[in-house]
Design a protein around this ligand. Structure first.
Ligand code: B12
Length: 243
């Protein structure tokens, strides 16, 4: 099935753009914006909004139409967890009966990244969007170190409490700082011979399972993730490791 974006009518190919240009707002800026969208291959381009941002800078909203489409049937995704996601009660039951001890999970938002809400959503007692966080799980000992935690400190802490899994949150992705930071984290673990000791999970708005695995993590979680997904992933990995 071929699909394409639409606006007024199904299949009309309409796309909305929003971008800034380093020029003053005005007719010349608007024409530059129109030509830019046309250059991307869109037709029937219309600049519907423009405004000045600061001296010499302006922003634009434009519409354009495309005939390109995507074959939806060929799309494959690689999520970290499959269809079966344990509820909190199920997760605790499996940990108790099949692992036989509490799991220790340590998490932080690392580097200079100050965004705590994402890691809190996964770890804090109250959780997020009607899904309790890992601190609420009776069979999980959760340590949330907060934000702006240096990679070394997170690793030291995980060693100290003998963690089973380490959770790393990265929300700021400007200039690919998340890639540098996550890579440094893996390199530090490798240098200390600790890579295989922990189940490593990366998460954040622009993190997916594929990217996380490419960077050397066991799994990755993006938007819409809950503690349920993370607990399921850790349990499945623990059971896999134990054969
Ligand atoms: C709140 C907020 C802040 C607050 C943060 C307060 C706090 N205590 O966290 C404050 C004001 C401090 C802030 C600061 C900055 N912010 Co800010 N901030 C936001 C905002 C509005 C919401 C983020 C949020 O809380 N989302 C809600 C949570 C629940 O969603 P989430 O983080 O995606 O988490 C979910 C998943 O990603 C995943 N997840 C996340 N982490 C993890 C970890 C694991 C292990 C797992 C499994 C899953 C997981 O699960 C969560 C639940 O589903 C976003 C814009 C937005 N609407 O997203 C910008 C945004 C993230 N901020 C941005 C920026 C640029 C900044 C600043 C650099 C601004 C500045 N110039 O000073 C500073 C950063 C300073 C720093 N050193 O980090 C940009 C980032 C752009 C980019 N691509 O890098 C955004 C996208 C805004 C924007 N559009 O420009 N910010």
């Amino acid at each position: 099935m071929i699909i394409r974006p639409y606006g007024d009518t199904l299949d009309d190919g309409a796309v909305q753009f929003s971008f800034t240009l380093p020029v003053p707002e005005g007719p010349r800026g608007r024409e530059a914006a129109r030509l830019f969208v046309e250059k991307l291959g869109f037709r029937h381009v219309d600049v519907v909004h423009s405004s000045a941002l600061a001296n010499g800078f302006s922003m634009y909203v434009a519409y354009g139409k495309t005939e390109l489409g995507i074959d939806y049937d060929t799309i494959q995704i690689e999520d970290a967890v499959g269809e079966k996601v344990y509820t909190m009660a199920e997760a605790c039951e499996v940990i108790q009966t099949r692992i036989g001890r509490k799991l220790v999970v340590v998490g932080a938002c690392t580097g200079f990244d100050a965004h705590t809400v994402g890691i809190d959503a996964i770890m804090n007692m109250k959780g997020y969007n009607h899904h309790y966080g890992l601190e609420r799980y009776g069979q999980i000992e959760a340590h949330n170190l907060g934000a702006q935690v240096p990679n070394e400190k997170l690793i030291d802490y995980a060693v100290k409490v003998n963690a089973d899994a380490i959770l790393v949150s990265q929300i700021v992705t400007q200039k690919d700082v998340h890639l540098q930071n996550l890579t440094e984290f893996i390199e530090l673990l490798q240098a200390r011979g600790l890579r295989e000791r922990f189940i490593l999970i990366a998460g954040g708005t622009r993190i997916g399972n594929k990217l996380a695995v490419e960077l050397g993590f066991d799994g990755g979680f993006g938007k819409g993730s809950y503690a349920d997904h993370v607990a399921t992933f850790i349990i499945d990995r623990m059971l896999e490791k134990r054969g």
